[in-house]
Design a protein around this ligand. Sequence first.
Ligand code: AMP
Length: 420
Amino acid sequence: MSTFKAPKGTYDLIPPESADFLAVREALSAPLRRAGYGYTETPGFEQVELFARGVGESTDIVTKEMYTLTTKGGDELALRPEGTASVLRAALEASLHKSGNLPVKLWYSGSYYRYERPQKGRYRHFSQVGAEAIGAEDPALDAELIILAHDAYRSLGLRGFRILLNSLGDKECRPVYRAALQEFLRRLDLDEDTRRRIDINPLRVLDDKRESVQRQLTDAPMMRDHLCEGCKSYHEQVREQLTAADVQYEDDPRLVRGLDYYTRTTFEFVHDGLGSQSAVGGGGRYDGLSEMLGGPPLPSVGWALGVDRTVLALRAEGVELQLPSSTDVFAVPIGEEARRALFRVVTALRREGVAADFAYGGKGMKNAMKSANRSGARYALLAGERDLAESVAQLKDLQSGEQTAVPLDRVVSEVRAKLA
Ligand code: AMP
């Protein structure tokens, strides 16, 4: 142990568990890559103002959870707490929306930072895979994203997740609903903070987890009953597309992503094996965000899936990912001359695409074989003085124990043939 530890609320990804994380990232993004989404990477930090506007001044993320810093040059920056604002900023900056090819479909993967109270499934540094489809209003696009996330989770073997679905209306019907909700909320017995929230962001009050608040909300007006004809029919089409794709969902009229520019489709993926931090992913339509960032009107939809919680969900379900072994061949030389000869073979194997490793550090035969077994390799490649005299090495199948002598210059082709 060193004097230092990973900061509070963070953890390291190290082998062997890190292989699962890599596989989850890969699986969550694979359906996107097959659906025309292009890879996007943005800086780990942005101007504070981008998130203040892009996430919302009244959200916990902005008011309490951002890691902010002032640079030596006097810039106010924040470590990114989420991906949408950055990705939309990047798309606008590069004028991707002017290519005449809408929607612009982008996917991303990376680290996010929120100063939250750490607990299982809630960290200060976490990892997301996300997708944004920018510049199109089409129920099939909303459905596409939900289907892709669904298929990604299924491809990992996850079964115990549910999809919650709602519509938040648009700039026509939402303000009417908002006013009705405010009027209702003002009559309740609420603390001062919550009262302030009624003015700034009343929908978020619906999301309050406290029993004392929820108890008073049973008769609250619901967006569902205030949707305009356009929103109703849009939502109906999203639902039809999901059903046609065999994707089951639950209507959840209380699901809000309480920001004013979130519109229409909103959804969350929850997993019941995760305790209180049950959301494994979420997203929705944000038709007003581009304009909030100073861009043109660009109706868009996106999601972000949490890698950490997806890994926890896999563990909760007892799903073992079938990962290919990271080493195919492990070389065990006996003696100096064999070290030189087998090291050359290992290099040749790697250049031909075979995953190979070597017993470094002058280990004795017994320790070297232990390393070979621990590496998960299918084959050990052994050679001693007698083998070298005959220009062969012994290829040992570590599963069956069977061993055959192979001429040194044919090891690569032999191994490739066996692995194929
Ligand atoms: P959000 O932008 O809050 O909807 O986050 C999207 C997804 O990221 C969530 O569904 C979680 O899976 C994941 N996530 C968000 N915050 C955290 C956190 N503090 N720790 C771990 N995962 C998180």
